[in-house]
Write a protein that binds this ligand. Sequence first.
Ligand code: M6R
Length: 607
Amino acid sequence: MCGIVGYIGAREATSLLLTGLKELEYRGYDSAGIALLGRDGLRSFRAVGKLVNLVTKVGDYRSQGAVAAIGHTRWATHGKPSEENAHPHGLRHSRVVHNGIIENHAALRAMLAKKFASQTDTEVIVHLFEKHLENMPDASDPELAGLAALRATLDELHGAYAILLITESLPGKILFARKGSPLQFGITADGCHFASSDAPLVGICRETVYLEDGQWGIASADTVRLLDAQGIRVEPKTAALPASSLVAQKEGFRTFMEKEIYEQPRVLADILTGRLRDDAVTLEELPTDWLQRFSGVTLCACGTSYHAALAGSYLLERLARLPVRVEIASEFRYRDPVLDPAGLFIVISQSGETADTLEALKLAKGQGLATLALCNVDNSSIVRTADRSILLRAGIEKGVASTKAFSAQVMTLWLLALYWGTAKATLCRDRLSREVIAVRAAVGVMTPPQGIHDRIHRLSKRYLHGHGFFFIGRDLFYPLALEGALKLKEISYLHAEGYPAGEMKHGPIALADARLFTIALMARNSLYDKVRSNVEELSARDSTIVAITAEPFDLADDIIQIRPYDHPMLEFFEMLTVVQLLALEVATRLGNDVDMPRNLAKSVTVE
Ligand code: M6R
């Protein structure tokens, strides 16, 4: 998804901006650009596709002396990926980069009645800004005039934005604003640096200021005038940034996704550190008397995190006997939902910046509910908004297709269910002890057994065509089926659906023939016979069956044998690795970019 960087100072700015944009690359984008205002006046460079194309466009150009510079990676929302639609957008005197969506851009275009150079919503910002700047009654103080023009512009925008703007009347300055899309800055001895997330600033700044919604202002190399929505000057609140570079290396793996799949045992071990004492689970983030207040739970998330929420609902119901509802954030936020004020609202997010999840969280908070975030990124918007948070401890996840964050989410939800169940006394001693033994064992389960990756690699060549995949499972293995199908479609671009195994006969079985591939999640500890019957019904109609199971199953065309366990969660985690590897191998054989699949973004900061 779109990313922003900015810099004011005397360092060479093209390489600084390009390095910053490189740090944002993993988020997904389809064009990029930079603009600089310095000794040479305003200079812009834009290119479609990967950053290397922008580097070619920039060529030998290097900034000289003090500059104000902005850069952007764009993930197309309004208008196709093209050079005209790439940011920065400009008019005669100014250039702007923007993350978010200007919802009333069509009305603003009509009102402005100007010729536009792009199809983007962003371009209206620079048109409005220049119009207001020209009409400022007293332009003798360019800084005040610039701020007033920005304020008048912001007042006309509906939607979400993080904006950086440079203009010729303000050399050495950047105007900025944030509403609904993240933006932050840090000041060092050599200048002021902006970014839409931590990554470009790590290694450059020791501290950062995360802008709050509604904040805006103007920055120079060594000072920032930060204003609130009413225009009142506010003191920037600084937060520490990690000292080391976040650049994760592939460590010998072909892709980040593969590396992240193999990191899962370590992630699960990290999650358990300090949280298991003999037969007890402790989550220091949540005092038990706080948890005891709640009569039920709403889990809310998007994509893979939503699948983790669904898995969590089975665990919280079963282990803590709590009423649980699960919501897709993008649906929830416009449904005028009726919420139980005595319930706990839990959002789950890898990035902590997903716009739909963040807005759902704000909605629940606005209705007075207590809120908890399960999130992988400290200091993210979601963590900062929720009353309490549990960090997922998965480490930076670079692959757009989420893998280790999902296992971290499910493990954290399992711990939460056990901790809460203990507090509510819904678990007898024996049950708790069996669960804790399984929790500890899960770490080893996530190391793929000898030979399984090879087997999946060999098998994958038979599953490159066909008219679709159905991943089926029941109970906890239904969310896993959804996740397996999502992984496959995200990176292979093949059609795949996750379905509750018992529902196939209510419609989808009509699709069954030899070119329909059924991936059956057949857990021996969870409704095995029921799922077996559902798979037999599909086999009888000639669907090609791949069974993932520890049991012998002679109706399968292919079996991926997992190890025999006596707990469904252990089967869950081993099957998870299998479906992740299957997606990886199919996509790799098809020659796709596994880490940056087409059309997708790592962090979905627009709705
Ligand atoms: O960062 P979040 O967990 O909030 O992201 C939610 C989804 O956008 C994300 O899980 C998406 O579905 C991934 N591409 C899944 O692999």
